[in-house]
Write a protein that binds this ligand. Structure first.
Ligand code: NAD
Length: 329
C-alpha cells in the first residue's frame, strides 16, 4: 500500500535524505518547504514540492487538504544554536509557533502520526557519560528550548487527540547520500565535517579548533556523528513504532569522536593535510556530547550501517568534492 507522507523541511539536509528513503520504499511524498535554507535541487524527482512557509496557515491547510495522510515529518525549523542566543524570542516564536500550528493542522486534518526532528541541544549541561532518554531536559539555548516545548506539546496532542508521535533527538548529522544524489549545503556552513573538508580542499584558509584544553582524551570537544542515511533509516524505524505508541529516541552512534579525530579522518580519506588554527574555547560548548541510542536499537531494530567516522567522512567528501558550489552547481 502506498503511504501518503508530508515532509516539512524536506528540501534541507536531513529532510532530503529521509525523502530519498521514503521514495525508495514507494511512498507518496509531498515536501512542504519555503526554501529559506533548503534547495529545490535537493528534492528528488518523484517527490512533490510545495513551496510555502509554515507560518502561512492557509498554505499549510491547502497542503494538508488532500487528506489520507499516513504521517507528517517535521524538519522545518531555525536551527543555529548561536543565532538563537542572539535572537531568543525570534527562535522561540518561530519554532514553537510554526510547530504548534503544524500539530494543530495535523489534528484537524486527521493525520495519525507525527515525527519531530528534536535535538541533543535539549541536554545543555551534559556530563561525561553517554546520554540516554531518561536524562534531564535542560536546554542550554532558546533553540533547544523550542524543541523541548514541541516535545511537550506532542505529549498533549497524543493524550487528548490521539496523535501518535516520535521525538527524535539527533546529535550530529553528517555524511551524504551514498548514491551521490544529495549532500550537505548549509549557508553559511556551521557543521564540522563539511568545514574540515573545505579546509582540506583549499576552499577555506584553515580550520579553527575552538579549545584544546577540554577534559577529553586529546583536549578537543567530543561529539557523536551519525550518517544522515542512517538517520533517515531511524525515522522509518520510529515511524513503525507509532503503530504501538508514541516514542522518544536519542539518535547517535554511541561512539564519541573528537574534533581532532574528525580532522585526522578527513586527512586519511582525502589524502590531504588540513591546515588548522588553535583558537580559544567558545562559550557554551560542552566538552562531551554523546548519545546512548540503545533504546531505538532494542525497540525498533535500528542498525546503523555507516557507523565508522571514515565512512561518514568519505561520503561527505565525495559529494563536496563533486559539488564545489553545493546545490547551486
Ligand atoms: N543537522 C543536524 O546535525 C541537526 C542536529 C539536531 C537537530 N537537527 C534538526 O533537524 C532539522 C533539519 O536540520 P537540517 O540540518 O536538515 O536543516 P536545514 O536548514 O538543512 O533544513 C531545514 C529545512 O526547513 C526549511 N524551512 C525552514 N523554515 C521553514 C518554514 N518556516 N516553512 C517551511 N520550510 C522551512 C528550510 O528551507 C530547509 O529546507 C531541524 O529541525 C534541526 O533543528 C539537525
Amino acid at each position: 500500500m502506498t503511504r501518503r507522507i508530508l515532509v516539512t523541511g524536506g528540501a534541507g539536509f536531513v529532510g532530503s535524505h529521509l525523502v530519498a528513503a521514503l521514495l525508495e520504499r514507494g511512498d507518496d511524498v509531498t515536501v512542504f518547504d519555503d526554501l529559506s535554507t533548503g534547495h529545490r535541487a535537493a528534492v528528488l524527482p518523484g517527490a512533490r514540492l510545495i513551496v510555502g512557509d509554515l507560518a502561512d496557515a492557509a498554505a499549510l491547510d491547502a497542503a494538508l487538504a488532500p487528506g489520507g495522510w499516513h504521517a507528517v515529518f517535521h524538519f522545518a525549523a531555525l536551527s543555529l544554536v548561536g543565532d538563537s542566543m542572539r535572537q531568543p524570542m525570534h527562535y522561540l516564536r518561530t519554532n514553537i509557533g510554526n510547530g504548534l500550528a503544524l500539530i494543530d493542522a495535523c489534528v484537524r486534518h486527521g493525520v495519525p502520526r507525527f515525527v519531530l526532528s528534536s535535538t541533543a541541544a535539549l541536554f545543555g549541561s551534559a556530563g561525561a557519560g553517554a546520554i540516554d532518554e531518561s536524562a534531564a531536559i535542560d536546554p542550554g539555548s532558546p533553540y533547544g528550548e523550542s524543541k523541548a516545548a514541541l516535545e511537550r506539546a506532542l505529549l498533549w496532542a497524543d493524550r487528548i487527540h490521539g496523535l501518535r508521535s516520535a521525538a527524535l533527538r539527533y546529535f550530529n548529522a553528517a555524511g551524504a547520500d551514498p548514491a551521490g544524489r544529495l549532500g550537505e549545503d548549509h549557508r553559511p556552513e556551521s557543521h564540522l565535517v563539511p568545514l574540515v573538508i573545505d579546509a582540506a580542499l583549499g576552499r577555506r584558509a584553515e580550520m579553527s579548533i575552538f579549545g584544546t584544553d577540554y577534559p577529553t582524551p586529546d583536549g578537543t570537544c567530543v561529539r557523536d556523528y551519525v550518517h544522515v542515511t542512517d538517520l533517515a533509516q531511524a525515522h522509518l524505524c520510529a515511524l513503525a513504532q507509532l503503530n504501538h505508541s508514541s516514542v522518544t529516541y536519542n539518535l547517535g552512534n554511541g561512539a564519541g569522536t573528537s574534533v581532532l579525530e574528525v580532522i585526522r579522518a578527513v586527512e586519511r580519506v582525502g589524502g590531504r593535510k588540513v591546515p588548522v588554527a588553535i583558537a580559544p574555547r567558545r562559550p557554551g560548548d560542552p566538552a562531551f556530547l554523546v548519545a546512548a541510542s540503545g533504546r531505538i536499537r532494542r525497540e525498533a531494530g535500528w542498525n546503523p550501517e555507516y557507523g565508522a567516522i571514515d565512512a561518514i567522512v568519505a561520503s561527505a567528501w565525495a559529494w563536496r568534492e563533486a559539488h564545489p558550489l553545493g546545490y547551486a552547481g
